[in-house]
Ligand binder design. Structure first.
Ligand SMILES: Cc1cc2nc3c(=O)[nH]c(=O)nc-3n(C[C@H](O)[C@H](O)[C@H](O)COP(=O)(O)O)c2cc1C
Length: 438
């Protein structure tokens, strides 16, 4: 039984030159790989299934189950290759866990990739890193070179007969390219836009071949599961959301940063770890898992931050990007800024998201500049209703979360903005006035 606050995923981060192969091996790195290569691939899939590991990219899909969807027919002529694609796009506002992992501990990701590929019988893996993240790209590429040189990658890995190549691919930098099917299109050299599902990547992914797409943190958890076993992994977190998790805390706290804790920790406890609210100014609102997850308020300090707890309280765990805002921040202003982001990042493929985010920005900017009406609140809710569940991918759904939750908890702030309008004529009134005087 591990002390719940003993770091697992981040335990090597403070070591000197923690990113180097030498430091990783010194800390026991690549032992899990040696062990995995002695097992049958199906045993590794079963182990990850038993561990209860759920995807750390936002949706929380059970990882072992996803791996087991990869068809495992005979490998003869005509059989399609299988692929692992690691989603290192990390575009969700507030999310800051995968880049630090790649910077501080790239070999945990690489070891996880090798074990995963062995389990799903893939001989090629692509790590898709967002293009702006130049330093992690360089660092992971260097770590891949080190792994090749030491025989952890390439042909006949550690004499096991298993071959694997890893390519680190720099995306062009678009939030939509974190959506797994848009990512696959982007990786194939096309414009990054989501594909219709089904077929799902497990049957028709990269180059129409069976593909597992997993988040960096998901894959970096795998060596720990192989080393520690599924029961040990389940000793952390909750029954349905087991294991450790990296929470990225930003905003008005004394010590923003990455905090590892078992799933199910509360914001009250996380705030203690992060030194409390900055300058003692009280909390007003926060996101449990990035801006695509409905806002919480000071009433939600004790909500367990696991997949079920966040959902039961009306939000989602998302990427555990905890963005904390104190009482000095205007909710409509923050919501406007997020919505501007979604409008900018909407890929344009589907009408509800493309048009809806455009109109939402128009209304929010008008409101924040003191020219809104009460009717605008209902119009925004109506637009959100027409986006949610009707857009091609979850980008549209995410764009509605800050708006609907802000109106639910802070409608009065929108009304206050309307009531406090300066006695300035609106553009249409000005047009009317100039028409009248002509
Ligand atoms: C607009 C959008 C952006 C996304 N961005 C990311 C991302 O940056 N990283 C990520 O791992 N998953 C992202 N996802 C989720 C992926 O589609 C996918 O669920 C995930 O990579 C699966 O990995 P997991 O099972 O390990 O969580 C995004 C989804 C959407 C709709």
């Amino acid at each position: 039984m591990t002390d719940p606050l003993t770091p697992v995923l981040t335990r090597n981060w403070r070591a000197e030159r923690s990113w180097s192969l030498a430091a990783y091996e010194q800390a026991g790195g690549y032992r899990a790989l040696r062990h995995a290569l002695t097992a049958h691939p199906d045993q590794i899939i079963a182990l990850v299934k038993d561990s209860g590991l759920r995807g750390r990219g936002g949706a929380g899909f059970p990882t072992g189950m996803k791996w087991s969807f990869i068809p495992q027919g005979p490998d003869g002529p005509g059989a399609k290759p299988k692929y692992l694609v690691v989603n290192a796009d990390e575009g969700e506002p507030g999310t800051c866990k995968d880049i630090p992992t790649m910077m501080a501990d790239p070999h945990s990701l690489i070891e996880g990739c090798i074990i995963t590929c062995y389990a799903i019988r893939a001989n090629f893996c692509a790590i898709y890193v967002r293009g702006e993240a130049l330093h992690p790209i360089r660092r992971v590429r260097h770590a891949v070179e080190e792994a090749y040189a030491k025989g952890y990658l390439g042909k006949d890995i550690l004499g096991s007969g298993f071959d694997l190549d890893i390519v680190v691919h720099a995306g062009a930098g678009a939030y939509i390219c974190g959506e797994e099917t848009a990512l696959l299109d982007s990786l194939e050299g096309k414009r990054g836009q989501p594909r219709l599902k089904p077929p799902f990547p497990a049957t028709s992914g990269l180059y129409a071949s069976p593909t597992v797409v997993n988040n960096v943190e998901t894959i970096a958890s795998v060596p720990h599961i192989v080393a520690g076993g599924s029961e040990w992994f389940r000793s952390m977190g909750t029954e349905q959301s087991p294991g450790p998790k990296i929470y990225s805390i930003s905003g008005h706290v004394e010590r923003p940063g990455q905090y590892e804790a078992p799933l199910g920790i509360t914001l009250r406890e996380l705030l203690d770890m992060a030194g409390g609210m900055k300058d003692g100014i009280p909390l007003k609102f926060w996101t449990p898992g990035g801006s695509s997850t409905p806002l919480f308020t000071a009433e939600h300090l004790d909500v367990p931050l696991d997949f079920e707890g966040a959902a039961a309280a009306g939000s989602m765990l998302g990427t555990t990007a905890v963005q904390v805002f104190n009482e000095t921040v205007s909710v409509p202003w923050a919501v406007m800024k997020w919505t501007e982001f979604y409008k900018h990042e909407s890929c344009g493929k589907c009408t509800p998201c493309r048009e809806g985010t455009y109109w939402l920005v128009q209304i929010l900017e008008r409101m924040v500049h003191g020219q809104g009406t009460e009717e605008d609140i209902d119009t925004m809710l109506d637009i959100c209703d027409n986006i949610l569940g009707r857009s091609f991918c979850a980008l549209g759904d995410g764009a509605t979360s800050p708006i609907t939750s802000a109106i639910k908890y802070f409608r009065h702030e929108f009304l206050d903005l309307i009531a406090a309008q300066p006695a300035v004529a609106r553009p249409e009134q000005l047009a009317e006035l100039s028409g009248a005087s002509a």
